[in-house]
Design a binder for this molecule. Sequence first.
Ligand SMILES: NC(=O)c1ccc[n+]([C@@H]2O[C@H](COP(=O)([O-])OP(=O)(O)OC[C@H]3O[C@@H](n4cnc5c(N)ncnc54)[C@H](OP(=O)(O)O)[C@@H]3O)[C@@H](O)[C@H]2O)c1
Length: 310
Amino acid sequence: MATRRVLVTGCSSGIGLAVAVRLAKDELQRFKVVATMRDVEKRAALETAAGETLGRSLEIHQLDVCCEDSIRECVNSLPGRRLDILVSNAGMGMIGPLECQSVKCMQDVFNTNFFGLVRLVKEVLPDMKRRQSGHIVVMSSVMGIQGLLFNDVYAASKFAVEGLCESLAVQAMTFNIKMTLVEPGPVLTEFERKVYEDAQNMDLSGTDDETARIFREIYLPYSGKVFSSLGQRPEEVAEQILELIVSKDPPFRHQTNRLYTPMTAMKHADPTGRLPLDAFYRIIFQHDRLFNASLGFMRFLQKRMTKSKV
Ligand SMILES: NC(=O)c1ccc[n+]([C@@H]2O[C@H](COP(=O)([O-])OP(=O)(O)OC[C@H]3O[C@@H](n4cnc5c(N)ncnc54)[C@H](OP(=O)(O)O)[C@@H]3O)[C@@H](O)[C@H]2O)c1
């Protein structure tokens, strides 16, 4: 079977690193991985994890999703510009009260999470159309389906990603190109550390005392508990991405964490939108004990599911 070339963005850490390494170490050697990062000075973690696959099934290239020239240069450097699979993973988070965030910072989030994807797709789609084959795998989030308190701009950027892909997917089908949105819940990566560090240092003087209190005393502890109870390892997400890529008929949407599915299902269950809003409000503000007990139960289920897979 011919090897397929996969380009992954954002491989300096987290999910991108795990995906690049998992594909490079594929037992059936089905992939040549172009693992990209915007700053190749940060390559050490990937090199260590890649081990002996480095220079064989995995190459490291520079690619900044915010710079069209760097994307073009990277794709031009591939033999025949051939790319079978794109994993658009690079992204950044943002949390906090909207009135404390500058429009410039919000634009940076969109420039990376949304326009980064747009730039990549513009570069690779025409070649895939000509070849009538290809698979574009896009790292979205459960927050691309359901917004969450104090994640306003991040969720909006992932909603934009979902809207773009949902629209493009139909056209892609005409050219035999597959598209898949991967929608993780919380994943234990640098992402979480970076947004919490920003949150701890955030100047909350731009908002009222009550909003600042809700953010610090309710939202941050709530979110910390969700991550520690439901958080997946990036390797689990990478394993699922491998399965999606090798599938003959990959789904358009794939949620990586089954424990999170009931939260997103509420959105589709009630077209008025009241059900998920009321549920989130109650969970966060009114039923602290019930919330803690359910997280304990979910942590138990998560452990059992992980064990049963080993
Ligand atoms: N962790 C979660 O809970 C979670 C949940 C759902 C979805 N996601 C999504 O999963 C994806 C990966 O996140 P992660 O959790 O693995 O976080 P991470 O460890 O912080 O990785 C993010 C990666 O994106 C890179 N990146 C940022 N801006 C870039 C740019 N302009 N050009 C190229 N690369 C850039 C980062 O590079 P630097 O090292 O140079 O910053 C890093 O390699 C993101 O799209 C995120 O939205 C994460």
